[in-house]
Design a protein around this ligand. Structure first.
Ligand SMILES: Nc1ncnc2c1ncn2[C@@H]1O[C@H](COP(=O)(O)OP(=O)(O)O)[C@@H](O)[C@H]1O
Ligand SMILES: [Mg+2]
Length: 280
């Protein structure tokens, strides 16, 4: 029996399923609502382990940091969560570890970003360095588009948009692949099939099971290790030269994967949480 902290704001389908699974294993689930938490510098927490379900916002990372420094095992760890919240860090770690990933240029002013896009060659994908759900991604097809977009960003952009992360556009076959890795196991993969270049369910992409080939398995495990391992979602594109990883995230929504893959993802996550807690 574990005292399992669930660090989150909203209880969505995924959190419900995780709580049900934890209940079946007679763990004591304690909801740690981000909206209510107040940390001092010497808190006591009644958790053996904390499963973080919010992980994109700096405040989630801050909470994770404080919990970990209070000697509580967190899933994912603070370091892994921090790396995965930052596309620059993920791209760098993938390339550094010899994993195929699209070329990226990083710049800090609109002027240098424009030069970088010219250098990269259009189309360029401009992404917020921090962000997800396909939000605020832009496919910049030419220099005129780049100039207009950068001017808008300069005037309207927030603190988050002062890092210009530009990725080479990869022509892909109307789909990409999302792989779930938990610890040392690739638990399942899906195709996201859509007409829009952003193949995301929110943009109408359909979900199909993707067979986990040896190539996909090796690539996903290497990508997971490159960011430090844990409960991870690996985004992969198919190119004429083989598979390439364009993103690694913590596992957020997974409801759409359950039926097509037939894999009990909450059970896999709970298995991992138990394993790493016992091993502390
Ligand atoms: N470099 C790229 N070339 C072509 N398509 C891309 C590229 N980067 C992202 N996409 C498409 O956009 C989607 C969302 O991009 P991603 O980098 O995964 O951001 P998010 O954090 O929003 O998930 C991907 O699933 C893919 O379909
Ligand atoms: Mg993605």
């Amino acid at each position: 029996m574990l005292n399992l902290g669930l660090l989150c704001t909203q209880i969505k389908v995924e959190e419900k399923l995780l709580m049900e699974e934890a209940g079946c294993r007679v763990h004591n689930v304690i909801k740690a609502d981000m909206r209510d938490l107040v940390f001092g510098l010497e808190n006591y927490f009644p958790f053996d382990v904390v499963l973080a379900r919010d992980f994109m916002h700096p405040r989630d990372l801050c909470a994770l940091f404080l919990l970990e420094k209070a000697n509580i095992r967190t899933v994912n760890s603070y370091d892994v969560a921090r790396r995965c919240s930052d596309k620059v860090a993920v791209s760098k770690l993938l390339r550094k570890n010899g994993i195929s990933t699209p070329d990226v240029l990083v710049a800090f002013t609109p002027e240098s970003a424009l030069q970088a896009m010219d250098r990269m060659g259009y189309p360029v994908i401009l992404k917020p360095a921090v962000g997800t759900w396909g939000q605020l991604l832009a496919k910049v097809n030419d220099r005129e588009g780049a100039e207009a977009l950068l001017e808008h960003k300069d005037h309207l952009g927030s603190y988050y948009h002062s890092i210009f992360y530009m990725q080479k556009y990869i022509p892909k076959p109307g789909r990409d692949i999302q792989v779930i890795v938990v610890g040392d196991e690739v638990v399942c993969a899906i195709y996201r099939v859509g007409k829009h270049w952003i193949t995301h369910p929110d943009r109408g992409a359909e979900i199909e099971n993707c067979p986990v080939t040896k190539e996909l398995q090796d690539l996903a495990l290497k990508a997971a290790r490159a960011v430090g391992g844990g409960v991870l979602s690996i985004d992969v594109m198919e190119t004429k030269d083989g598979l390439t990883v364009h993103e690694v995230n913590g596992v957020g929504e997974f409801r759409h994967m359950l039926e097509p893959t037939g894999v009990n993802i909450p059970a896999k996550i709970l298995d991992y949480v138990e394993k790493v807690t016992v091993n502390v």
